[in-house]
Design a protein around this ligand. Structure first.
Ligand SMILES: C[S@@+](CC[C@H](N)C(=O)[O-])C[C@H]1O[C@@H](n2cnc3c(N)ncnc32)[C@H](O)[C@@H]1O
Ligand SMILES: O=C(O)C(=O)C[C@]1(C(=O)O)C=C[C@@H](O)C=C1
Length: 236
């Protein structure tokens, strides 16, 4: 279904409710530049580190697209676990996983309340940005503690620039991208307002600092388009 969520005046802040979930795959493909390429890279990098029966968690799995793609591309059997606190997203995730014949344990819970035991890989694309800053640092520490030695954390985030001129130019460039994807100026401004104080982006440097402060030995940007970045962090 085509995303028309912000074609009308907004009445509330952005939420991953039934209306958003019903168009979410289209929303992501048209709102995140190079979403499919970012997903392909996350999966390829992940597969290089994975072995038979490794446990993989996707935090904020939404409709389970990434776990389904991972299971298609990885040569090993994996234990796949998707966590999200939106029932509307998880209902779709369950139907999609069944249709693709992929076994995924789906957990409806807040990311802070789950124990990520013996994880080899934790994925989290465009989800940390929705966690309040203080809680975000705590969650990243928990992610670090849950990973096995040599475990990997791959995550993507919308980012800002610490340079105000470049930041403004990046936002303008992003809105131009949205227009090429068929979103009107009205839709763009309504969504911007709805996301205010809900999606809180860090700079690329702040993301890396948060990761290193949590204990990871290495963090690298593996993909970036203007204000969207994908990182890989390694626990040693
Ligand atoms: C932008 S979407 C993630 C997209 C997904 N990773 C993908 O690539 O298809 C963010 C997801 O995180 C979930 N989420 C946000 N905050 C959460 C929390 N505190 N606990 C659990 N899930 C959360 C939302 O319900 C939503 O499905
Ligand atoms: O549309 C925007 O402004 C976005 O920031 C895109 C974005 C994201 O980065 O997570 C915001 C909300 C939806 O979850 C899908 C994509």
């Amino acid at each position: 279904m085509i995303d028309k969520v912000f074609n009308k005046s907004i009445t509330k802040q952005f939420e991953f409710d039934e209306e958003v979930a019903s168009v979410f795959d289209d929303m992501l493909n048209r709102s995140v530049p190079f979403y499919k390429e970012m997903q392909r890279l996350s999966i390829n990098f992940a597969c290089n580190f994975l072995n038979e029966n490794d446990k993989v968690y996707d935090l904020g799995c939404s409709t389970a697209s990434t776990l389904i793609e991972l299971s298609k591309h990885c040569k090993h059997e994996l234990k796949l676990i998707g966590i999200d606190n939106s029932s509307a997203m998880l209902n779709r995730a369950a139907k999609k996983a069944k249709a693709f014949g992929v076994e995924i344990e789906l957990i409806n819970a807040d990311l802070h309340d789950v124990n990520y035991e013996n994880a080899k890989l934790i994925l989290s694309n465009y989800t940390l940005q929705f966690i309040r800053p203080l809680q975000r640092e705590k969650l990243v520490k928990k992610i670090y503690d849950s990973l096995e030695e040599k475990g990997i954390f791959i995550f993507s985030e919308k980012v800002i620039s610490s340079n105000s001129t470049l930041n403004k130019q990046s936002i303008d460039e992003y809105y131009e991208f949205k227009k090429t994807q068929g979103y009107s100026e009205f839709e763009i401004s309504q969504k911007r307002e709805a996301l205010e104080n809900v999606l809180i982006p860090y700079t690329e440097e702040e993301n890396k600092k948060m990761i290193l402060d949590a204990g990871f030995s290495h963090c690298e940007t593996i993909f970036k388009w203007v204000n969207f970045a994908t990182f890989i962090a390694i626990k040693n």
